[in-house]
Design a protein around this ligand. Structure first.
Ligand SMILES: Nc1ncnc2c1ncn2[C@@H]1O[C@H](COP(=O)(O)OP(=O)(O)OP(=O)(O)O)[C@@H](O)[C@H]1O
Ligand SMILES: [Zn+2]
Length: 569
């Protein structure tokens, strides 16, 4: 048994996430967590809401609520939707937690002591019309790198380049649209990322098995242009972790808070502390290499725009502290999922959002489509046609149909119990050999976190079962050789149990429905196929499950395409 720490990029608080957010972070992290648990490993899976920064303040103002109340409410909303998608977090925390306040201030203090924080008096955009300094995210303009016209002051969403508001061409305030912006003086703390450039470069170079998407983005920030730059880690805001506290090795930070990207990844640790405080567990065994975390394998999941903060910023915090914190071992990053010819966008209300998705179909349908089309090697696109065809073919025609045919046929001919012991004839032996190969391929893909590939391999295993049933044709055999037909069905019922175990990381509800129908609780991973295929003995009672998956009709597809074509209210 190995110990695995898994974190998903933490979703921002100011709205319900869309399917792109889901497949770019939380869902593949959940797949991996479920898979590792299924294999019997010890897993700690942490996610949280990312609650600080101006967008939260402004969303709260718009909702007419104090920001703390707004965040508390939205956290519960996101937690409930995550549960609806069966995201199996060990803890879903909050970056505004007291634990994260304390830990963020701790890191700032030790980084200061290590000489990795410097004070900078700088000029910052002040919006005369809005009467306030404008945080980076609230200045938009044209990206100097790629020409994208809606680039934000901190980053271009199109080319992922990290920006400063002054870099933007034609900048304007997102709050008021005003272009009456002027530079005013303000003092901030900067994290001396540049001082750690060589160390980070060596570290990234050592990660030869990481996705190219991860390392290429990291290298871009390390070496492009003037190379890795120091980064401001405070903001002129009130909502956040105060940059002023006892023992802080700097003065004059009154009224400032840490930048949301400084405290957000620290919440992975603080979230584990929240879990420990709630359960009596030992968080340090997961995070402190001096306290038992030496044997932990730590994997992070995120979309491509989050990669710079996880390959550079957060490692500077961890390594620069000089303390024995656990550093990430593997960063799985994703390209973007687009929606029907354009981008998903929270601010523009474009696409299908998590709550809407669950209101039209159960979680498994979405989980299957999203994971089997995960944007790994390139951006991917959600279309209703593709969704319909994939759900109908893979889930309804292949897996659902097999389960239904086998259980119904058995009920009709032999009653509701496994009609014989499993005896491996020629056909079954051949299938087992193929199955064993397919299973090895599935395991290999899952171990490598190749999400699409894993889905393909799993589907191939389902197909094997269908082909077996078609070729074995118990409905014909039963007319001449009842014992043989019983054998086929006993084998097929056991195969179905295997599918429940193997498919659970992708489609946990359907897997549970199969196991419930089979009246079985043996979820153990089939390390030995020969034993696993005999788990349900002759005489074992079962029930016929409800249809596992229904087909999406053309009318529904057209209706949904129309319904989601516009802007979310
Ligand atoms: N279209 C997309 N496809 C895949 N992953 C995405 C997509 N958009 C965002 N992500 C990822 O989703 C995760 C959660 O993102 P977050 O809540 O910060 O929203 P965001 O990046 O501001 O996106 P948006 O502005 O569309 O809401 C991050 O890891 C991010 O990289
Ligand atoms: Zn750009």
């Amino acid at each position: 048994m190995a110990r695995h720490l898994i974190t998903s990029a933490i979703p921002y608080i100011n709205g319900i996430k869309h399917l792109g957010n889901l497949v770019g972070s939380q869902l593949p992290a959940d797949l991996y967590a479920r898979y590792l648990r299924g294999r019997g490993h010890d897993v700690m899976f942490i996610c949280a809401t990312d609650e600080h920064g101006t967008p939260a303040e402004l969303a709260a103002a718009k909702a007419g609520k104090p920001v703390a109340d707004y965040c508390a409410e939205m956290h519960d909303v996101q937690a409930e939707i995550a549960a609806g998608f069966r995201l199996s977090f060990d803890h879903f925390g909050r970056s505004s937690s007291p634990q994260n306040h304390a830990l963020t201030q701790h890191f700032a203090r030790v980084l200061g002591e290590q000489g990795l924080i410097r004070e900078v008096t700088e000029k910052q955009m002040y919006s005369v019309a809005d009467g306030r300094f404008l945080p980076d995210r609230y200045i938009e303009g044209t990206c100097p790198n790629c020409g994208y016209t809606s680039a934000r002051g901190d980053q271009c969403d199109n080319c992922t380049k990290q920006l400063d508001p002054v870099d933007l061409i034609n900048p304007h305030s997102v709050i008021s649209g005003s272009t009456d912006l002027e530079m005013r003086e303000t003092k901030h703390l900067f994290l001396r990322q540049s001082a750690m450039k060589a160390k980070l470069a060596d570290w990234i170079d050592s990660k030869t098995d990481w996705p190219v998407l991860t390392t290429s983005i990291a290298r871009k920030w390390l070496f492009d242009g003037e190379g890795l730059q120091d980064r401001g880690i405070t903001r002129d805001l009130s909502w956040g972790v105060p940059a002023q506290f006892e023992g802080a090795p700097w003065a004059g930070m009154e009224g400032k808070v840490f930048y949301v990207w400084f405290d957000a990844p620290i919440e992975y640790i603080a979230g584990t502390q929240e879990w420990a405080d709630a359960t009596g567990g030992d968080w340090a065994r997961w995070w402190r290499t001096d306290k038992g975390a030496e044997d932990v394998t730590y994997t992070q999941f995120m979309g491509k725009d989050n990669v710079p903060f996880h390959t550079l910023g957060f490692p500077v915090t961890i390594l620069g502290s000089g303390e024995p914190w656990k550093l990430v071992d593997y960063i799985k990053s994703f390209n973007y999922l687009n929606y029907d010819g354009g981008q998903f966008s929270t601010s523009r209300g474009r696409g299908v959002f998590m709550d809407q998705a669950l209101s039209i179909l159960p979680a498994d349908y979405w989980r299957w489509w999203l994971l089997s089309h995960a944007p790994e090697s390139a951006d991917a696109e959600f279309t209703w046609e593709n969704f319909q065809s994939s759900v109908n073919k893979d889930l309804a025609d292949v897996l659902g149909n097999l389960v239904s045919r086998v259980t119904k046929f058995c009920n009709a001919k032999f009653g509701l119990e496994v009609p014989s012991e499993v005896v491996l004839g020629e056909r079954e032996t051949a299938l087992m050999a193929q199955f064993s190969e397919g299973l090895a391929a599935y395991v290999k893909a899952m171990d490598a976190i190749q999400v699409r590939r894993s889905a393909e391999e799993l589907r191939a295993l389902w197909v094997l079962g269908n082909e077996y049933l078609q070729a074995a044709a118990p409905w014909s055999v039963v007319k001449t050789d009842e014992a043989a037909a019983r054998g086929i069905i006993a084998f097929a019922l056991n195969l179905i149990r295997l599918y429940a175990v193997l498919s659970r990381p992708f489609i946990p509800d359907a897997a549970q429905a199969i196991m419930t129908a089979l009246d079985c609780e043996d979820w153990s991973w089939p390390e030995d196929l020969d034993t696993a295929i005999r788990a349900l003995p002759a005489g074992h009672r079962f029930t016929v499950p409800e249809n596992l998956f229904r087909k999406i009709t053309d009318e529904e597809r057209e209706d949904w395409a129309k319904r989601f074509a516009g802007r979310r209210d």
